[in-house]
Design a binder for this molecule. Structure first.
Ligand SMILES: [Zn+2]
Length: 496
């Protein structure tokens, strides 16, 4: 079906005056959202872990026709959610062709369009915008000006057309008017200078604004959404109170609540489908990568205020796969299977994403990164092997056994040397790997066990990735059993 191309045609189409004239962006979002709720289809496909927390609050904000702000640390999918709002816009939105601010054909606000409709009437040309064209995003920085955001008086335009300086013809529109009848997102709102916040508030509240001292009337129709770091936002003086007042809903985002949710996000976001090689990332490798982020978020050596982005496990996963890929290519192996050693090789994807506190700075990002990996391994190891008897393996090392397992070693050679450790390969069934599985899978599983024992300090490992006996700790004094050995039987004293 072809779309109406003139105002006359538009009047007799689904985009009738009755339907469109007073339908503002927030009505449109609300209506389309209600449709999705009725059909019970996902509101924001691909947003994981927010179904019971963030999403219902956003739904309420939209149903309330609020401007809203997402408060959260970095890497909590804030921008992604804001961009996903476009999926709640109509597939096609008619506007007066050629209008810089996409005027409503039935209610144009710019002078050019008002005059055009008067002149051409039903012959006025109509154009359309797709949802993505109706989303404008701006990262707030202290140097953003009124001219960037709202507009500027253009003296050349004025001179050429013979207009008064304050005439609407001379305004060069900024980002906000250009997002008229759409969604305007400002990220890191507190970084916006106070003066600009005032301008923003005036537009929201009164529909007019002063540009270089000239009052300009701009009754815009925009859904405003923001994001900010919660501490910046709540810090006194960062946001002018009237602007804060006009933001209807304040919604807190969060990091994945469980390792499983983190794994789902990372699996969705990381670049894993690569050309050429088949890839199999063992579950325990996924868990270790995810737990690095979980451990980092709790670590005192890392700045809580800035958070640990979900981009950490995502980049880490990509690097881990690459390291495994490199090995597979070198050895002509068909199947790429990451190992725990590859996680250590992915340190460059980790360290840059940690904002260290003083104590962390002293120890260095590499050290902190390695500690996090080790803690993540220990936890994941316990998940599979707690209670398993690993004594024979530890003993093999204690009796002088040593094995080098470079992250570049091919599966065939590595498995050959791993076979020498009695009992080791039997234990891989705990992670679902048996002797009939691909060699690379067997090596990875066995290496996980060794790395787990090392993470628990039961065996040692040096820089060259040689596993060997752990440092001898003094035997812990045996816990004395309270009832049985220590106390001689003492008859109960009789009271009566
Ligand atoms: Zn216009």
């Amino acid at each position: 079906m072809s779309l109406p191309r003139t105002l006359g045609e538009l009047r007799h189409s689904q985009f009738s005056e009755q339907r469109l004239r007073s339908r503002r962006v927030k009505d449109e979002l609300r209506e389309n959202l209600a449709g999705r709720l009725r059909e019970n289809t996902p509101i924001f496909p691909g947003i994981v872990g927010y179904d019971d927390t963030v999403v219902p609050q956003i739904v309420n904000a939209i149903l309330s026709r609020h401007n809203f702000i997402l408060l959260g640390l970095r890497g909590q999918a804030k921008s992604r959610i804001l961009r996903a709002l476009t999926s709640l816009l109509d597939p096609q939105m008619p506007y007066i062709a050629g209008c810089e601010i996409h005027d409503n054909p039935y209610e144009p606000i710019c002078r050019r369009c008002r005059e055009m409709v008067e002149e051409c009437s039903d012959a006025t040309a109509i154009a359309y915008l797709a949802p993505d064209d109706r989303y404008v995003e701006k990262l707030a920085t202290p140097d953003v000006t009124i001219a960037d955001l709202i507009g500027d008086i253009d003296p050349i335009k004025a001179a050429r057309g013979g207009h008064e300086l304050s005439s609407e013809f001379t305004v060069h529109y900024g980002l906000l008017p250009r997002s008229n009848r759409g969604i305007f997102a400002i990220n890191e709102l507190p970084d916006l200078a106070g003066k600009i916040q005032v301008g923003l508030f005036n537009i929201m509240q009164e529909g007019d604004v002063q540009i270089k001292g000239y009052p300009v009337r701009l009754p815009l129709d925009v859904a405003l959404v923001f994001s900010a770091n919660p501490e910046d936002y709540t810090a006194r003086g960062k946001i002018i109170t009237p602007l804060k007042d006009r933001i209807g809903s304040e919604i807190r985002t969060h990091y994945p609540a469980t390792v499983e949710e983190g794994i789902a996000i990372t699996a969705q976001e990381a670049w894993t489908k690569r050309d050429g090689h088949k890839l199999q990332v063992p579950k325990y490798v996924q868990e270790v990568i995810e737990r690095i982020a979980f451990a980092a978020r709790e670590d005192k050596k890392i700045d809580k205020r800035s958070g640990v982005s979900q981009r950490l496990p995502i980049s880490c996963m990509e690097n881990v796969i690459s390291n495994a890929e490199r090995r597979a290519i070198r050895h002509g192996e068909d199947l790429v299977v990451p190992r725990i050693g590859d996680v250590y090789a992915a340190l460059p994807a980790i360290t840059g994403k940690l904002e260290l506190e003083y104590e962390g700075e002293m120890k260095g990002a590499d050290f902190v990164g390695r500690e996090l990996i080790r803690a993540a391994i220990a936890k994941s190891y316990d998940n599979y092997f707690s209670g398993a008897n690993m004594q024979p393996i530890v003993q093999w090392f204690d009796l002088g056994g040593e094995i080098q397992l470079a992250d570049t070693a091919g599966a065939k050679d590595a498995l050959e040397s791993l076979r020498g450790i009695q009992g080791l390969l039997d234990k891989t069934v705990k992670v679902g790997v048996g002797p009939k599985d691909d060699l690379a899978l067997q090596v990875s599983a066995a290496e996980f066990i060794l790395e787990g024992l090392h993470a628990h300090k039961r065996i040692g490992r040096n820089e060259e990735r040689v596993f060997k006996a752990g440092e001898k700790k003094p035997e812990p004094a045996r816990e004395k059993s309270f009832e049985t050995e220590d106390r001689p039987y003492r008859p109960r004293r009789q009271f009566n």
